[in-house]
Ligand binder design. Structure first.
Ligand SMILES: Cc1cc2nc3c(=O)[nH]c(=O)nc-3n(C[C@H](O)[C@H](O)[C@H](O)COP(=O)(O)O)c2cc1C
Length: 348
């Protein structure tokens, strides 16, 4: 019944599927249901890791963008994600870009999106997170990813991020400054060290004790990646999330005309894997082990997770893999990771 439902959902418009998927995941977070599911999907204790000054039941988390408004955190935890990054949240609530804005490329195990930070705004999400903490019970590590409101111009970006950080940091186990989405005009320019350093300094002051990370693009050249790692060292931030989606459309199997019809947006999934690994390796050359690197981009199975951990990732996240492999994804990843760590090869 579970797989039948999933098969039906996969045939619908991707955003409609996302909506109904979220309804089901919220149901998975209801008290009796979540206890049963967690029993089934909780990672083996041997996978526990420590990062960002806290304990994680496994290195596997949900990447930003799936639960933008923190409405299904308990459901994702029940399904086996040990950390959930909510957001991107912006200071002002906003509807995002016009639809259609999300496309599947099954031949490439990829997605293209230009969602444009559709979200309920920092105040509402902060209230939701406060309620989650208030009601207690088992929760994953909760990261909060913040971005620039579309209505704020680039000159006003710092003040806009600081508003979000002030509202959200008290409810977050870690905070992420997202300067790498391709879907907000001018945003990725904030990755330039001359803009990034003062921005991160201001957000760091607002975040107080909450560990602060910055999320970067896979499209940066080697020097830019190393420069950002240096900024993280200089400011003594907690780490880096690498990577967001790419604007590249190279090496796709999907027909070029179909890809062109989908239009602009960030490409995620298998085609980002190489770039994400490249950035991870570069970061680890500059960042000491006490700085976290959360690796994301093209993770589909336990072998992928092991590859990232071997390359120096502290934690990993996935989004597109969850879309293609279905609701049991995190449980499958943790089981597969355990198998590959104990010497059972997943791939021929
Ligand atoms: C539909 C969609 C929406 C996304 N929204 C966000 C977002 O709001 N903020 C963010 O930092 N990343 C966002 N991402 C990027 C993912 O968090 C992740 O970095 C990227 O998709 C690469 O991982 P993957 O290959 O496992 O999907 C989004 C990705 C997708 C597919």
């Amino acid at each position: 019944m579970y797989s039948l439902l999933f098969a039906v959902l996969k045939r619908l418009d991707p955003e409609v599927t996302h909506h109904w998927g979220m309804v089901i995941i919220r149901l998975a977070g209801l008290p009796g249901i979540r206890r049963l599911l967690r029993k089934r999907y909780a990672p083996n204790p041997s996978l526990a890791v420590r990062a960002l000054r806290q304990d994680f039941g496994s290195p596997i988390g949900l990447a930003a963008g799936f639960d933008k408004n923190a409405v299904a955190v308990r459901g994702f935890y029940a399904l086996g994600f040990d950390h959930v990054e909510v957001g991107t949240v912006t200071a002002l609530a906003q509807p995002g870009n016009p639809k259609p804005r999300l496309f599947r490329l099954p031949a490439d195990r990829a997605l293209i999106n230009r969602m444009g930070f559709n979200n309920d705004g920092a105040e509402i999400v902060a209230t939701r997170l406060a309620a989650l903490r208030h009601w207690g019970g088992d929760l994953p590590v909760i990261g909060v990813n913040i971005g620039k409101s579309r209505a704020a111009d680039i000159a006003g970006a710092t003040a806009d991020y600081v508003t979000s950080a002030t509202l959200l940091a008290p409810h977050a186990d870690y905070l992420v400054v997202n300067v790498s989405s391709p879907n907000t005009p001018g945003l990725r320019g904030l990755q330039e060290v001359s803009s990034l350093k003062p921005l991160l300094q201001a957000v760091q002051a607002a975040a107080r004790e909450t560990p602060l990370l910055v999320k970067i693009s896979p499209d940066l050249d080697d020097q830019a990646v190393t420069d950002i790692a240096q900024v993280v060292n200089d400011l003594d931030l907690a780490g880096i999330i690498a990577t967001n989606t790419t604007v590249s459309r190279e090496n796709l199997t999907t027909r070029a005309s179909s890809v062109a019809e989908m239009g602009e947006g960030g490409l995620s999934g298998a085609p980002v894997r190489e770039a994400s690994l490249r950035v991870l390796a570069l970061l680890r050359q500059t960042l000491p082990r006490d700085k976290a690197v959360i690796s994301v981009g093209g993770i589909f199975d336990g072998q992928d997770v092991k590859e990232r951990l071997d390359a120096g990732a502290s934690l990993v996240q996935a989004y597109t893999g969850f879309v293609y492999r279905g609701p049991a994804f995190a449980g499958l990843l943790t089981r597969e990771l355990r198998d590959v760590l104990s010497g059972v090869s997943l791939r021929a």
